[in-house]
Structure formats: C-alpha cells, structure tokens
Write a protein that binds this ligand. Structure first.
Ligand SMILES: Nc1ncnc2c1ncn2[C@@H]1O[C@H](COP(=O)(O)OP(=O)(O)OP(=O)(O)O)[C@@H](O)[C@H]1O
Length: 303
C-alpha cells in the first residue's frame, strides 16, 4: 500500500498542494487528473522523492519517506514531464548513463538495456543519437531510462503531452505490459479518456485540492444520473428551461432533471406540438470529464 498523508506544499505565497491524503493499492494503476497548474507535477515530484521540502508524510509498505527515503526511492521509477536526455549521445549511451546512476554496470547493465530497448520498441535505433529522434521516440526512451533498475512503482507525469498518436499507443502498450507484470503505476494527465482507458482508480485534483477519489466504476456510478442531450435548429435555452436545469454542451444542450425518462417523454410531446425537429435527442451518461466539471466548474481541456 502507498499512503499519502496530509501533504501540503507552498511555493512562496502559492499553495500548490492543500492537505492531500489518499491511498493506492500496489499492483494497480492510479490516475491523477487535473488541469494545468492543479498541482499534479508537484505531487508526482514529492511522491518520487525529488521534491523534499513539503509537509506531511508518505508511506510505501512499511517505509516512511521521513525515515526510509532511500529504500522508497529504490522502488520508484520516475518519468518527468520534461524530457531528460542527452541529445548528443545515442539511445544506448543514454541508457548506460542512467543505468550507472542506478548503480548498474557491465554485463548485467547491457542485458537490462537490451530488455528495455525491446520494451520501448527502440532496439533498431539503439546506436542513433537522440537528436535524430522524434518527440515520441524521446518520450519512450525517457520511460526506458526510468525502468532500468526494475522499479515496482512507476510514476509518469503527463507522458503523452505533445506526441503523435502512434507513439501514444506505443506508450499505452508499455503501460499495459507494466500493469500485467504487477507494477504499480501512478499516472498524471489532463486527458480524461487516457485515464478512463488505463487506470483502475483516479484522483481528481484542482487548485491543489483533491476533489474526489475512488475506483473508476464507483465514481461513474456515484455520479451516474443521466441527463438529456438535445441539439438542432430552434432549440434554445429558454424553451428548455421549463423542463429542468440547462447547460450548453458542444453544439447542443444538456438538460438535467430528477426523472430524465419522463422529461424525455414531455420533451418529445412538446417538440411534436411545436413542430420542432431536434437533430439529436438522447440520454446522456456522464463521463469523468463531466464529473470533474460538476465538482470544480472547470473544463479540463480548456483550462
Ligand atoms: N518551482 C515553482 N516555483 C513557484 N511556483 C511553482 C513552482 N512549480 C509549480 N509552481 C506553481 O504551483 C502550482 C502547481 O503547479 P504544478 O506544476 O504542480 O501543476 P500541474 O498540475 O502539474 O500543471 P501542468 O499540467 O501545467 O504541469 C501552480 O500554480 C504553479 O504555478
């Protein structure tokens, strides 16, 4: 079990993290979701043992970060948001450099480098300089560098920002493989669909505060009340307000009421009577993105 206990972090007058506490079961994938500036990177750096100046404690198995920092660090592979590679060296030499930092040497290191190159799909580019790599290839190598010492906990800070779909899929395959091997993964992102696809449980963070946490199915169930989505010509807020609470969504509106099916019936009757033909009219089940918006009033994408 990984326990995060009452973490507070301030940068000058900015409260980057405000009393954050949660637990992650080992062998699961935990997603930390929030808009830019929410505090994700700060929390990831604290969890990785890189940022030392904070209040609170972290416990991994029987070790507390306040007493057993090194033991915890050995279990962790941290993949920072910023690519951290030496451009003028080859992929192989970057891996040697990072391997040495973890105390790996000689034949054992070379064997491990071969395994990692295979895992990140860069075997055929091992002898090429990193400067010739695409953004996605650099990201994969960045991941490889953090896996050399076979960490059981892998912390990834927005690993898919600014990369092409093919590299994104390749990173997803690496994560699926790590999950299958029983690794614990802590993954931060502001892309809800990634987190929905990869993670077993999630924490929603905004302005340094943890707004909600739980297993994916639990959260979707908890906020499961469907609303109605309607779009089309002559469909306007004023007309919809008589049926419930209205909010704009994409090119249409969401209509919230206590009894969506009854509202649907009434709406169909109203449209018939007034010769209004909606382009789309359907039950809408909330996704994580909607849950986040309801809790914080902030859109993740536009933030
Ligand atoms: N070194 C620093 N000095 C001062 N303020 C900082 C520093 N690092 C982060 N902050 C501030 O702390 C808050 C949280 O930042 P953080 O980088 O943790 O958020 P984030 O969710 O990772 O955002 P992003 O997705 O943009 O990386 C922001 O207000 C940010 O401006």
């Amino acid at each position: 079990m990984i326990s995060v206990e009452n973490i507070n972090k301030q940068y000058g007058s900015v409260q980057a993290l405000d009393s954050i506490s949660f637990k992650i079961e080992e062998g699961t994938c935990f997603g930390l979701v929030g808009p830019n500036g929410a505090g994700k990177s700060t929390l990831m750096k604290i969890l990785s043992g890189i940022l030392l100046n904070f209040n609170g404690d972290i416990q991994v198995r029987e070790w507390k970060v306040s007493k057993d920092r090194l033991k915890i660090k050995q279990q962790i592979g941290y993949i920072p948001q910023e690519i951290c590679l030496e451009d003028t060296l080859t992929a192989q030499d970057n891996l040697i450099l990072f391997g040495n930092l973890y105390g790996l040497k000689g034949k054992a290191l070379q064997l491990r480098i071969d395994e990692v190159l295979d895992q990140i799909g860069l075997k055929d580019r091992a002898k090429d300089k990193v400067i010739t790599f695409s953004g996605g290839m650099k990201r994969r190598l960045n991941i490889g560098c953090a896996l050399l010492h076979k960490p059981s906990i892998i912390i990834m800070d927005e690993p898919t920002v600014g990369i092409d779909p093919q590299s994104r899929n390749s990173i997803f395959s690496i994560i699926h493989q790590l999950k299958a091997e029983g690794s614990t993964i802590i993954y931060s992102s502001h892309y809800m669909e990634e987190v929905e696809q990869l993670c077993d449980s999630i924490g929603l963070i905004d302005k340094g505060q943890l707004m909600e946490i739980g297993r994916m199915e639990e959260l979707l169930e908890k906020y499961a009340m469907p609303s109605l989505f309607i779009s089309g010509d002559n469909i306007e807020t004023e007309m919809l307000q008589r049926f419930g609470k209205v909010e704009s969504k994409g090119n249409g509106y969401l209509l919230n009421s206590d009894d969506p099916l009854l509202t649907l019936e009434k709406l169909v009757t109203y449209c018939r009577e007034h010769r209004i033909e909606p382009r789309r009219l359907e039950l809408y089940h909330p996704r994580l993105e909607d849950i986040f918006f309801n809790l914080t009033g902030t859109q993740l994408r536009d933030a």
